[in-house]
Design a protein. Structure first.
Length: 94
């Protein structure tokens, strides 16, 4: 089985119910951190309850955020992935 294709990053952030779907507080801090460190490539993993509990992305994502994976813990669909120009890795069945 070939290795899945992934975006390279220097730092991965695990974000529970915050950035980039909620404005203010921790989300503002995360956005500033990523935006002010353009020399680093970031990936973000968002953990949320259900898709219906969140609106769309609330921030203009910086270019150095190379991957965003969105996981909903209580949705039947389970997960989705989003990031302009970056495809989520897909696992292939044996």
């Amino acid at each position: 089985m070939p290795e899945p294709q992934t975006a390279e990053c220097d730092i991965t952030l695990l974000l529970e119910g915050t950035y980039p779907y909620i404005k203010g507080g921790v989300s503002s801090w995360v956005h500033q951190l990523v935006s002010r460190m353009p020399q680093r490539r970031f990936a973000a993993v968002f953990l949320g309850s259900r898709a219906r509990d969140y609106g769309g992305i609330q921030y203009s994502l910086p270019a150095n955020l190379t991957a965003l994976t969105t996981l909903y813990l209580f949705d039947e669909s389970g997960c989705s992935a989003a990031r302009a120009g970056v495809k989520a890795p897909r696992l292939q069945a044996d």
